[in-house]
Write a protein that binds this ligand. Structure first.
Ligand SMILES: Nc1nc2c(ncn2[C@@H]2O[C@H](COP(=O)(O)OP(=O)(O)O)[C@@H](O)[C@H]2O)c(=O)[nH]1
Ligand SMILES: *[C@@H]1O[C@H](CO)[C@@H](O)[C@H](O)[C@H]1NC(C)=O
Ligand SMILES: *[C@@H]1O[C@H](CO)[C@@H](O)[C@H](O)[C@H]1NC(C)=O
Ligand SMILES: [Mg+2]
Length: 405
């Protein structure tokens, strides 16, 4: 059908007019939630590693992508032998002296998640748990609870670690202000969390774990099975907080990693996160002092992950290499940077998931989404400590490299 030119022009002009009016009407007045930059009155802005970063936790968010498995009838009842629970456990390495703090963490996690899904708890310790510990912990859940001790050889300092060299290194690193470096047990704990925990006999027939530390907080109701979610979406590793480390604690970790990679290129995943590991732009001083590693890592006091990753030939051989190099004792390599480097090299970066919806705190950092499911946590709050701690937020770099999957 032919329409005269002037009429066509008029129609087009009025269409433009209508769209313009609609645009004016829906445009937010002032600094609404549709702005993409950081809020202009943000006192922490000058500390952030990326000034243009807008914290996704400020914007309303909900549950992750379907499919989501929920409680229906008794499908997650604690004593249901045919339950829909994944092959998974809640896992805590903890000392008897941390009983009250452990109960506090447990109450939060039971309230927000586990009273619905009833995943078993496993408590591990390098010493026997007291009867009081077992009694008071068991009273906090209707799920199965197991207490066990670590095999001696998993905790002991390896025989190739030289005590004099260890003492000397402690001295040097103390001068450089590395936290906990004079506590032998802290080194043992980091090594155990790096390369031993998934070898514990109680975990032999378990695939997934959720690591829970004493004195952490969970703020948001989680109404779907997080382990089944990982399984259904082919994820390997889930985190909440992404941080920079003290480079002095890992000065030779990257050089050792390069040696390992040189001889084991077959383990490098084609869709790796090497650019995130080697980012020199955002904290150049960390990158320099850690000899080529950004020091960015997933904060491992929270982890929901597949132990199959650690049990793989890549990780097994990588850990053995690091263990022999001695840096768990001569430096203070943390399990967080070790896990993060391994994931960044050997795993598909799309298999790493940010659990935005799990409101979480471990002093002094938070993950606080903007969601009606959360209580007692201010959306977008990253720390309740000094403002400069915002410089340790590494999420902008991770999101840029891997997205928010
Ligand atoms: N059983 C036991 N657990 C420990 C020991 N050292 C640390 N942990 C646990 O390891 C985790 C990390 O230790 P934590 O003191 O919280 O270190 P931070 O989070 O780095 O300050 C916590 O779950 C502690 O309970 C230890 O010597 N024995
Ligand atoms: C659970 O996972 C572990 C480790 O992958 C495996 O050995 C075990 O057979 C699994 N158990 C079940 C019931 O699927
Ligand atoms: C997960 O992997 C399986 C097998 O490779 C595939 O069939 C499925 O579509 C994947 N699911 C997602 C959500 O990527
Ligand atoms: Mg802790």
């Amino acid at each position: 059908m032919a329409v005269a030119k002037p009429i066509r022009f008029l129609a087009l002009a009025s269409l433009c007019m209508i769209f313009y009016i609609l645009y004016i009407l829906q445009k937010p007045s002032g600094k609404g939630s549709l702005s993409t930059g950081p809020p202009s009155n943000d006192p922490a802005a000058k500390y952030r590693v990326d000034r243009s970063f807008r914290d996704p936790n400020l914007d309303p968010s909900g549950e992750p992508q379907e499919p989501l498995r929920r409680v229906v009838g008794n499908n997650y009842a604690p004593d249901n032998l045919e339950s829909e629970r994944a092959n998974a456990t809640l896992l805590s390495l903890v000392r008897n002296s941390e009983l009250d703090d452990m109960i506090s963490s447990m109450r939060d996690l039971e309230r927000t998640f586990n009273h619905k899904f009833n995943y078993p708890w496993l408590f591990l310790n390098d010493e026997p748990f007291t009867d009081e510990f077992k009694r008071r912990i068991s009273a906090e859940t209707k799920a199965q609870v197991t207490f066990d001790i670590l095999p001696k050889e998993h905790w002991a300092t390896p025989e190739w670690i030289n005590e004099d060299l260890y003492q000397e290194s402690v001295h040097v690193l103390e001068e450089k202000g590395v936290q906990y470096v004079n506590k032998k047990s802290y080194h043992q704990m980091c090594r155990w969390n790096s390369g031993m925990f998934y070898k514990h006999p109680r975990l032999k027939s378990t695939r997934w774990y959720w690591r829970v530390e004493p004195n952490v907080h969970f703020f948001c109701d989680v109404d779907y099975d997080v382990f089944r979610w990982m399984e259904d979406h082919n994820k390997t590793y889930g985190f909440t907080i992404n941080l920079y480390d003290n480079p002095e604690s890992v000065a030779s970790l990257w050089p050792e990693t390069l040696k390992f990679m040189h001889d084991n290129t077959q383990f490098i995943h084609p869709n790796n996160a090497m650019k995130w590991l080697q980012d020199a732009d955002h904290r150049p001083d960390n990158f320099k002092r850690a000899n080529g590693y950004s020091t960015c890592h997933f904060w491992s006091n929270f982890e929901i992950a597949d132990m199959g990753f650690y049990r793989s030939p890549a990780y097994t051989q990588y850990f053995e290499h690091l263990d022999k190099a001695g840096g768990f004792f001569y430096e203070r390599w943390g399990d967080a940077p070790v896990h993060a480097i391994a994931l960044g090299l050997f795993e598909d970066k799309n298999k790493i998931h940010w659990f935005q919806d799990i409101g979480y705190q471990h002093i002094p950092f938070f993950n606080c989404p903007n969601s009606p499911k959360c209580r007692g946590c201010e959306a977008g709050k990253f720390t309740d400590g000094e403002l400069w701690l915002h410089q340790d937020d590494c999420r902008p770099v991770w999101f840029k490299e891997a997205g928010k999957g």
